[in-house]
Design a binder for this molecule. Structure first.
Ligand code: ZN
Length: 129
């Protein structure tokens, strides 16, 4: 299964937990593993706090500090920083499924991480029972 999302700025963290859970619920899998995979080289996926949006603000700020957008990079497309952040964040997450539900902590959500937006993006989700 895959779904598209539209990001709204160069850096954007979008909570996709509901889309992922909805797909898990549409399968008959009660106990298993859910893989979330991002098929892009300048976007990623991570699991982090959903309660305080300041966590995402801080994450963006620290990423921008250690990986500035301009830094005499060799990559001619001009978006090297987005590629670096993608490698640091990662292209996939694996989440356990119990009783048909993603096993996430109270404060955890699955976030799509845009690093070179705004764009239309694709997320792939696979469930193994
Ligand atoms: Zn590039």
């Amino acid at each position: 299964m895959e779904f598209n999302i539209k990001t709204n700025s160069r850096t954007d963290f979008i909570d996709i937990t509901d889309q992922v859970q909805n797909f898990v619920s549409s399968t008959s899998v009660e106990d298993g593993i859910c893989l979330v995979f991002v098929t892009h080289t300048t976007a990623a996926v991570t699991i982090n706090e959903n309660a305080d949006p300041a966590v995402r603000t801080d994450l963006k700020a620290i990423f921008d500090r250690i990986i500035p957008w301009e830094n005499n990079y060799h990559h001619m497309e001009g978006n090297s920083a987005a590629h670096m952040k993608t490698t640091i964040t990662g292209s996939s997450e694996m989440i356990p499924i119990e009783n048909g539900r993603l096993v996430l902590g109270t404060w955890q959500s699955v976030f799509f991480c845009e690093y070179d937006g705004p764009r239309r993006r694709k997320v792939v989700v696979k469930v193994i029972g």
